[in-house]
Ligand binder design. Sequence first.
Ligand SMILES: Cc1cc2nc3c(=O)[nH]c(=O)nc-3n(C[C@H](O)[C@H](O)[C@H](O)COP(=O)(O)OP(=O)(O)OC[C@H]3O[C@@H](n4cnc5c(N)ncnc54)[C@H](O)[C@@H]3O)c2cc1C
Length: 364
Amino acid sequence: MYDYLIVGAGFAGCVLAERLSTLKNKKILLIDTRSHVGGNAYDYFDDDGLLVHMYGPHIFHTNSSRVFNYLSDFTNWRFYEHKVLSYVDGKYLPFPINIDTINNLYGKNFSHAKEMKAFFRSRSEFREEILSFEDYVVGKIGWDLYEKFFKNYSIKQWGIDPRNISASVAARIPVRTNFDDRYFTDKYQCIPSNGYTKMFNKLIDHPKIEIKLGINYHELKRKIEYGTLIFTGPIDSYFGYKYGRLKYRSLNFSFKEFDKEYIQRTAVINYPNDFPYTRTTEFKHITGQSHPKTILMYEFPCDTGDPYYPVQNSETLAVFKKYKDMVGRTKKTLFVGRLGTYQYLNMDQVVEQSLSTFDRIARC
Ligand SMILES: Cc1cc2nc3c(=O)[nH]c(=O)nc-3n(C[C@H](O)[C@H](O)[C@H](O)COP(=O)(O)OP(=O)(O)OC[C@H]3O[C@@H](n4cnc5c(N)ncnc54)[C@H](O)[C@@H]3O)c2cc1C
């Protein structure tokens, strides 16, 4: 008999397993269909000893001291500020767009925010209402920059025209009027110095936590006894897709190893053009590993496969609401994490959500 069955050994599952065992002395069974812990943040060393993020580049960034301090009990950190270039008109340009991007692209010599603002104003197009991704970007910086940096990238990433993507998705990508070429501006930006997997192993290293990998909740649920279920997998799968499947965008990854120390200038290069992949990642920039070889990951977005990005629109949100209404009637089951709550959450947000869930449990 377990106090808790926790489905999913990603950030949500592992943080809750750690809190409930350490602070409440609860007996936990933590399971995952995958053969490893860490969920999408899992990393591993390949045959040549290169550290690889199996499900795409994961950069930890947060403004939350609570989240940063909590995780710091389980890892040391390597300070790392993420940089991205976009391959546009045969040039590798800083992204998010900043003064250097505009100067290099249009042969300008701007050095002040005032000049950038005036430039964007002269390029932007009036939109009566800002409803879509396209409205947002074109209304802010104009058609040319939209076509060069955003349009094709978004079509590849989401598989639909940006006219059908919510403006809120575009609002997540800043446009800078200074020289800042960092992708994120959070207070804490770092990477676990020995990798994410080591940090996860430390999180769940507790005598009260039992871990079973390579096992699906639906196969196990009738075979064991437990008090409360914490489900961090897709909420629609839990309810047997009773109201239909929620839409997710997935990714295929391909890897190529090179016999040289570095292959690209920054960790990530975006390809907002007709290349079949959206971006390439060279992990060594992120991990700081020194190694004579290097590895490049190519990302190919697709509709089928592991659920990565919730595709939120009025239709999918209506279906999600039906599942959410069922949650209220499901006693002793909590839904946590990116898939359990059907929203795009970064790692720090998942940790925050999991710590708050624990606080609520502890108060009862
Ligand atoms: C390509 C990509 C890049 C990202 N980059 C960043 C980044 O740079 N920075 C950042 O902060 N965030 C990033 N994220 C987001 C980050 O991956 C998530 O915030 C985080 O991993 C979510 O943790 P989670 O525990 O909610 O879900 P997950 O990590 O998805 O874990 C859920 C686990 O549940 C398991 N599971 C599902 N159903 C079942 C079942 N029926 N039975 C058993 N197990 C089950 C799954 O196998 C999975 O391991 C990125 C995500 C992707 C896809």
